[in-house]
Design a protein around this ligand. Structure first.
Ligand SMILES: [Zn+2]
Length: 191
């Protein structure tokens, strides 16, 4: 059982890694990425959201006010059940939650091939981007009761417009786009 979970978790990690790789230097403001993986009573979630969505800016925190906004956002992101609301019958509790801000650098590491300096100038707007990154593990005593997830996330973060969501279960992966004007994922009939 532990072996299966480890394999499953590494599958999720691989998927998340490739997504991160794809998004490097190219996130769209207003649009975050989220992965949810459910296996048995365990539920993993991982969120990447532009700094613009979460605190409304992406410059380095230059003053106490900026730092306070970032700290308060990290604290909000560390409470997943307030942002992603599961049916109470599912009896989900937080096993682990961590959130952080990370700078998205535009280093020319060779990943993009040898691009010339014109292109470097093109994304020299205001000094790069930041993203918030959060990882969660939940335990849901009654996972079959998860027929919907309500995204209070959009109320908490008014600059967020959309989450590109991937849901991975034992029966496969499904992609969804959750938008501010319809912030609910319906999972009825999932299994
Ligand atoms: Zn950005």
């Amino acid at each position: 059982m532990i072996g299966r979970i480890a394999i499953f978790a590494s599958l999720v990690a691989t998927q998340v890694y490739s997504q991160e790789h794809r998004e490097l230097g190219a996130h769209e403001h207003g649009v975050g990425q989220m992965d949810i993986a459910i296996e048995g009573t365990r539920l993993w979630m991982e969120l990447h959201a532009p700094g613009a969505d979460i605190v409304g800016f992406e410059h380095a925190a230059g003053n106490a006010d900026d730092r306070a906004k970032i700290d308060s956002a990290v604290a909000l992101l560390a409470r997943p059940l307030d942002l992603f609301v599961f049916p109470s019958a599912a009896e989900c509790t937080v096993v682990e939650a961590k959130a952080e801000i990370e700078a998205e650098t535009h280093e020319e590491s060779g990943e993009e091939g040898g691009h010339d300096h014109d292109e470097a100038d093109a994304h020299d707007d205001d000094g790069g981007h930041t993203e918030f990154h959060a990882e969660y593990a939940l335990d849901c005593a009654n996972p079959s009761a998860i027929d919907r997830i309500a995204f209070a996330y959009f109320e908490t973060f008014p600059n967020a417009r959309e989450l590109e969501l991937q849901v991975l279960t034992e029966t496969g992966a499904q992609a969804f786009e959750i938008e501010r004007n319809a912030p609910v994922l319906e999972l009825a009939g999932r299994s």
